[in-house]
Structures are given as structure tokens and as C-alpha cells.
Design a protein around this ligand. Structure first.
Ligand SMILES: Nc1ncnc2c1ncn2[C@@H]1O[C@H](COP(=O)(O)OP(=O)(O)O)[C@@H](O)[C@H]1O
Ligand SMILES: N[C@@H](CC(=O)OP(=O)(O)O)C(=O)O
Length: 350
């Protein structure tokens, strides 16, 4: 079976050993392509480097990756080469600032992929050569038809028993590197899934799946076994961090199943496909002056202004500094009604 497995920035930073072992285990009986993000926090630092040009930030990023590689017994030679390239890019002339920004931001994923490829004895892929995007720097869209053709080299590698390691978040437009929007490694993983005809795309993170709300904000949040593409798309558009919305949209259009899991302990918790458990999902996003809380699969009675609604969702406007409190309140209100219902289902199921 062919699969893509994507590791987010938190998994790489905190659960690197589990990530490497997971790929080795999968490799035994499957053809695997790996997609990796930058170490958690690095893309924000690269953004700051782009804004300030402060070489001290470059030093911080480099030290972060060097310490990380050393901790895992990996040679730092490739990192040093990449760091030299990044350093000289600071004084290079680019056609405009957006092009420069994307070039600089691409280095987080490159450092990670170089380290991961060494750890699993895989093959590092240069994504700007094969992932063709439009010229919307900072939030580019992938041209799947062109990309699928160029992915022939990745498919060949896999047929030869090798594991391609693709830096997420990066594409190419007319010889320049583009980035695919924040959280864009998920999008890369789905693109790769389509182009290698994967049976599933595994999204590995620090939680085992999609929950009824961000488990870091709502302690009582429950994992959801089956989430439909439509539910995942609405929740991600409302700001659910578990996956980038462009990735869900592409997966839905191409019917690529997404399997969510926790890297530590290899715990798989949610399948995103056409099936749904019908459970609610609450997501939120902060705006300049207020917060927006989106609720999928439930219509709670709460004292907040309803600003929009659709067939299976509703959105509330809440005071900005009370957003997380509002999320907890809405979750409590929904689950009090919802939980008795799930108990009935589980009794019927026994
Ligand atoms: N409904 C939800 N279900 C699961 N995780 C969620 C949800 N809403 C927000 N999250 C957050 O998304 C995080 C994973 O996204 P992110 O931090 O970008 O991880 P990664 O480093 O794996 O890319 C989780 O740790 C969790 O706090
Ligand atoms: N590193 C990029 C891309 C990404 O997808 O990261 P993560 O998988 O850690 O959310 C970002 O921070 O936006």
C-alpha cells in the first residue's frame, strides 16, 4: 500500500524518535513518502528574520537545528551548507519582497527534511522543482496536473524501495520558491498523496486526532473517530489548527482519506473521509477587535451574537479577550445535550 505520512513541527521537535521509528515500521510493508514541517517555532523566527534582517535571529535558528541534529546523532554538514545559503540570501536581490520572504521561509522545512532524510536513510526532494504553483507568493495554489507529471521521479524512487522526504510548505513558480500559506505542509501532504496515488495521507501531530474542540483550550473535549470532509473543511475555515483548510478542500475534491494520529505512541484517532460520527466541532479565530467561534453539527443556545449560519454550522461573535472562555462555555452547553445521546448510541451498540 502507498501512503504519505506528514509530521508537524511539534512532532519533529518533541517526538522525533517516535516519528523515525514510525516511518521505519510503515516502510516494512508499504511504500512511504514523508512530508515534514519546520521545527515548531522556526517559521515564526524566519518571518522575523525576513522583517528585521537581524543576523542574531539567523544564529538562533541555526543553533536550534545544530543542537537538534546533534541530539539525534545526525551530521551537521548539510545544515551548515543550508545556513550559508540562507545567510547569503539576506543580501541577495530578489524581484520583490514577497519573493524574498518565501525564499527565506522555505529554509525551516529544508533543514527539517535534510535531518529527517539522514535519520531514515531517505532521499531529500527539492519541492520547487516538482510542486508547481501559481505566483501568489505567501499563499500559493498548486497546479495538480503539472505537479502530477513532475512527481514521476518520486514514484520511481518509491518503486525502487526508497523513501522520499519532501519538505512541506514549499512550491515553485517560474524558478522562484513559493510558500503554500501557514500550515501549508498539510497541503503538501495531500498534493503528494494525489500524485503518488496514496491510499491515505497520515497527518501526525501532538494529539491523536480531531477533537470536539481544541483539547488545549477545552479539557473535556472528546476525540472524534469519523469526520466528514465537509465538517473538517468548515472547522478548519473557522480556525481549527489541526489541519490547513486548503489541504482539506483538495483532499475532498480528490477523495483522499486523511488519517490523523499522535506521533508519540503511534495513536491513530480520526479518519476524515465521506463518513461522519455526527459529533460537534467548535473552532475559533481571533480578529482585530473580536473573536469568531464557529460550531459544526450543533446549534447551541448561548448569549452571543449569531453572525452567520449554514446547513450544519453556526458562527458567533464574542469579545476578543473572552474567546477561549466562550469556546469552553459553548462546548459545555453542547456536550450537556450531546452526551446523553452518545450514551444511548453506545448502549444500543453493546
Ligand atoms: N478540534 C481540534 N482537534 C484537534 N486539535 C486541535 C483542534 N483545534 C485545535 N487543535 C490544535 O491543533 C494542534 C495541532 O496543530 P499544530 O500545532 O499546527 O500541530 P503540528 O505541529 O502537528 O502541525 C493540536 O495540538 C491542538 O492543540
Ligand atoms: N512551518 C509552516 C508550515 C506548517 O505546516 O507547519 P505545521 O505543520 O507545524 O503546522 C508553518 O508554520 O506554517
Amino acid at each position: 500500500m502507498r501512503v504519505v505520512v506528514k509530521f508537524g513541527g511539534s512532532s519533529l521537535r518533541y517526538d522525533f524518535y517516535d516519528a523515525v521509528q514510525f516511518v521505519k515500521m510503515l516502510e516494512d510493508e508499504n511504500e512511504v513518502a514523508v512530508v515534514v514541517s519546520a521545527l515548531k517555532g522556526v517559521t515564526d523566527k524566519l518571518e522575523l528574520l525576513y522583517k528585521t534582517g537581524d543576523k542574531k535571529i539567523l544564529g538562533d535558528i541555526l543553533l536550534d537545528y545544530i543542537n537538534f541534529a546533534k541530539k539525534h546523532g545526525i551530521s551537521i554538514d548539510a545544515i551548515k551548507l543550508l545556513a550559508e545559503e540562507l545567510s547569503s540570501a539576506l543580501s541577495l536581490n530578489f524581484p520583490n519582497d514577497k519573493v524574498k520572504r518565501d525564499f527565506l521561509l522555505s529554509f525551516g522545512e529544508l533543514f527539517s527534511a535534510s535531518i529527517f532524510a539522514q535519520a531514515i536513510d531517505g532521499v531529500l526532494i527539492e519541492p520547487w522543482d516538482i510542486i508547481v504553483t501559481d505566483g501568489n507568493f505567501g499563499n500559493a495554489e498548486v497546479d495538480i496536473t503539472k505537479t502530477r507529471n513532475l512527481f514521476a521521479c518520486v514514484r520511481d524512487l518509491m518503486e525502487d524501495g526508497k523513501v522520499p522526504v519532501i519538505p512541506g510548505f514549499i512550491g515553485g513558480f517560474r524558478g522562484f520558491r513559493t510558500t503554500l500559506g501557514r500550515g501549508g505542509s498539510d497541503y503538501t501532504a495531500v498534493v503528494a498523496g494525489i500524485c503518488i496515488k496514496a491510499k491515505a495521507v497520515l497527518i501526525m501531530s501532538d494529539v491523536e486526532g480531531i477533537y470536539t474542540a481544541d483539547p488545549k483550550v477545552v479539557r473535556e473535549a472528546k476525540p472524534i473517530p469519523f469526520v466528514s470532509y465537509d465538517e473538517a473543511l468548515i472547522a478548519s475555515k473557522f480556525g481549527m489548527r489541526a489541519i490547513q483548510w486548503k489541504a482539506v478542500k483538495l483532499a475532498s475534491e480528490n477523495e483522499v482519506p486523511l488519517l490523523f494520529g499522535k506521533t508519540k505512541g503511534w495513536w491513530m484517532g480520526t479518519l476524515v473521509s465521506k463518513e461522519s460520527s455526527g459529533m460537534p466541532i467548535i473552532a475559533y479565530r481571533l480578529r482585530d477587535t473580536h473573536g469568531i467561534v464557529g460550531v459544526v453539527n450543533a446549534y447551541p443556545r448561548v448569549p452571543y451574537e449569531r453572525i452567520s449560519e449554514g446547513e450544519n454550522w453556526v458562527a458567533f461573535k464574542v469579545p476578543k479577550d473572552e474567546t477561549e472562555k466562550a469556546v469552553r462555555e459553548i462546548h459545555r452547553e453542547i456536550m450537556e445535550k450531546y452526551l446523553p445521546f452518545t450514551k444511548v448510541i453506545s448502549v444500543i451498540g453493546t
